[in-house]
Design a protein around this ligand. Structure first.
Ligand code: ADP
Ligand code: MG
Length: 276
């Protein structure tokens, strides 16, 4: 569905390549997480997915459309929507529902359809009751949900979240992750979740670790989190529950397991505690 073939990219005047030989396939309905330290090339890669940037070398194909084909740019942007880090930069009007309708309007969606789409997009992010509110009066987490609704109203098949939780408090972060998972599970949307928070990748089908403009590791969350030392060498943390799991296993207090998050840990550890 998305096929990235050996792309390279350098920003004007930069000495170092921001992307240096990246190849990646993303399949329909997949939930892919991309992690990596600051400056590893994640945002540059995200912008390649809907023709906001074009590779210097190699190619990006989205539903069979080459992103370098200018005639296809609009069609590509209808297929792939990106939610960015800072919700304030994504708000363009003074009324929530107008803001959510801005994207589809720009892409030439007929007005009757826009009204419907705005309604269902706001519903999907739990913000319907704020339709007539002023976006700048909302909390950071609410603004980010409006930004997500704005992308949903375009009805893309692929949703890219580029550190969309980075500026939110823990509750706001959790809400965004839950919305992304639900859109993936229930609406079949393909999700690309770019994040610095390792706890946020445990729900992904596949994790891509970037470093220095290259893909450094790739695998299921279980496979990736078995390689704690490699992750730390790339200046990434393993989730707290994985640290705890490995510690308990080392101490002989728990059998080897695939525990990645709190609820899985509770499932394994509660019976042990009750036994003693
Ligand atoms: P990440 O999203 O993983 O933090 P980026 O894709 O933003 O990484 O950046 C990759 C590299 O490209 C970094 O070395 C960064 O400094 C550089 N870079 C990013 N944006 C620009 C820009 N607009 N101009 C020049 N260099 C940039
Ligand atoms: Mg970035």
């Amino acid at each position: 569905m998305i096929s990235i073939s050996n792309i390279e990219y350098s920003y004007d005047g930069a000495l170092k390549k921001a992307l240096d030989g990246v190849s990646l396939e993303i399949g329909e309905g997949e939930f892919v997480a991309i992690v990596g330290h600051n400056g590893s090339g994640k945002s540059t890669l995200a912008k390649m997915l809907n023709a906001l940037l074009l590779p210097d070398k190699g190619s990006v194909s989205v539903f069979g459309m080459d992103t370098s084909d200018e005639e296809k740019t609009l069609d590509i942007r209808k297929k792939v929507g990106i939610v960015f880090q800072n919700p304030d930069n994504q708000i363009v009007t003074t009324v929530v529902e107008e803001d959510v309708g801005f994207g589809p309007e720009n892409l030439g969606v007929p007005t009757e359809q826009i009204i419907e789409r705005v309604h269902s997009a706001l519903e999907a992010v739990g913000m319907l009751e704020y339709a007539k509110h002023a976006p700048h009066m909302l909390s950071g987490g609410q603004k980010q949900r409006i930004a997500i609704a704005g992308v949903l109203a375009i009805d893309p098949d692929v949703l890219v979240f580029d550190e969309a939780t980075a500026m939110l408090d823990p509750l706001g972060r959790k809400a965004v992750i839950e919305i992304a998972s639900r859109l993936n599970r229930e609406k079949g949307k393909t999700v690309v979740m770019i994040t610095q928070y390792m706890e946020e990748v445990t729900a992904a089908d596949r994790v891509i670790v970037m470093s220095g403009g290259k893909i450094a590791m790739e695998g299921t969350p279980e496979q990736i989190f078995r390689k704690g030392d490699e992750l730390r060498a790339l200046r990434l943390d393993v989730p707290v529950m994985v640290e705890l799991r490995d510690m308990l296993v080392r101490e002989g207090l728990m059998k080897e397991s695939n525990v990645l998050d709190v609820s899985q840990m509770a499932e394994v550890i509660c019976p042990l505690l009750l036994k003693n």
